[in-house]
Design a protein around this ligand. Sequence first.
Ligand SMILES: C[S@@+](CC[C@H](N)C(=O)[O-])C[C@H]1O[C@@H](n2cnc3c(N)ncnc32)[C@H](O)[C@@H]1O
Length: 339
Amino acid sequence: MNDKAPSGMTLISLTGSALLSQCIHVVARLGVADHLAESAKTCDELAKLTGCQPKPLSRIMRALVKFGLFMVEDGQKFSLGPLGARLQTEHPRSLRHFCMLNGAEYYQAYGALVHTANTGQSGLRHVYGTSLYEHMERNPETARVYDLAMDEISRDAAVDLASSYDYEGVQTVVDVGGGSGVVVRAILRAHPQLRGLCVDRQDVCERAVKTIAASRDAELLERLNFVAGDFFEELPRGDLYIVKNVLHNWNDASCVRILETVRRALDGGALLVVEHLVEDDEPSLDRLMNAVLQMAICEDETDARDEARMRAIMQEAGFTVPRMGQLGTGHYWFEGRPA
Ligand SMILES: C[S@@+](CC[C@H](N)C(=O)[O-])C[C@H]1O[C@@H](n2cnc3c(N)ncnc32)[C@H](O)[C@@H]1O
């Protein structure tokens, strides 16, 4: 036997990571971290507060102690570890809703990965019989969680983009498929002279306006309008069209159609596509797993892209790509100008 061969335990532990994902999902969904914000609590107390059973909750939380989500005090009480703190709803860097989404609809789609491997088709469509967006139209709670999850994972890139791109000469920024406007809000906060339009599906726009009106961003609504629309059909006029974390949901043909809609609306301004890419040489584990995720949950035939593929899509839609750059979050931005 080769002593250097990795132990079978490594494989057993890797295949068990599905259970870890579910443990995180459970505590995120139950709002355990919110209940621990003020003080450490026993599992009996937490179970009462969240309406679940103490024994399974204790098992789940003890497992998560090993990953830094919780700490045990006096052998009985749980308190928040550094990662667990980020499951608090109001934590400025919360990832609670992303963990909820990843453990629910996304997780079901991962469960259909054999279907994706056999057919090249979306696992999510196989499970739910619809696209994610159609599914959310019928499931408002999932849609609410999704909007918040997108805010959580886009916050840092939005702030980075607001401070690193040159907005000289721009008057109106159009956030295409902007969700609750996490990107355009960060840009408007940093650039008081700008106005913004956020285009998304109707229910997303309605939720966003309500949420923002009740938040610290309420005053931004004087400069920011939400426009219910379909980016395959028509977009309102503006000077800078931001298409961030949108194209990775669609196959190449659909991406070209989305960008052609931008091209038709553009009147002398620019397009900014912002996405993660699969790097050519040594993709990180995150990027490789994200490429699998895209196949599992996105439109059929969607695949991760490298720089050449992204440029080709933009060119096919009628853009030249004079400049590109990278944000601190690892996202790449590609500036498109009408060819
Ligand atoms: C992955 S999210 C990205 C949200 C935001 N741009 C960000 O970076 O966080 C994709 C967004 O595209 C929107 N979307 C999907 N299909 C659309 C369509 N046909 N027209 C307009 N928006 C659409 C979704 O509702 C969702 O908000």
